[in-house]
Write a protein of this length. Structure first.
Length: 124
């Protein structure tokens, strides 16, 4: 009898945990789709944390100029959206004017949910 009550209690606990885990699933924030235009905002810290810009040495090796402050205000287009296993969304973005980031990279990736929350990317 005690064992049966223990099993029932465990089922309720696990079903509650499962429900909480389902609530954390990512939903497209503000209905972002491929082809949408976003604007690059200012980072909260000195560097962009959720937009994966290449490191300065890679930019310089490819003939570009590593000016991260100059990225603010660029309009970018979403070219690809992928949902990761943890439920977060990773997007690839390119400049809307067809130029290259830093004069060397055509596409960079970003963690969409976090970048929108912190203001690194802004919906226009």
């Amino acid at each position: 009898m005690v064992m049966r009550q223990l099993i029932i209690a465990m089922m309720f606990i696990f079903s509650g945990l499962f429900m909480n885990a389902q609530e954390g699933k990512a939903v497209l924030p503000q209905n972002i789709q491929i082809g949408d235009i976003l604007k690059i905002g200012a980072p909260e810290a000195r560097q962009y944390k959720y937009i994966n810009f290449p490191r300065a040495n890679f930019i310089i090796k490819r003939g570009g100029i590593a000016n991260y402050k100059g990225m603010k205000g660029y309009k970018v287009m979403v070219t690809d959206i992928k949902e990761k296993k943890d439920g977060s969304l990773k997007v690839k973005i390119k400049r809307a004017d067809g130029g290259r980031f830093f004069g060397s990279h055509t596409v960079v990736s970003a963690h969409l949910n976090n970048a929108l929350e912190t203001g690194e990317l802004q919906k226009i």
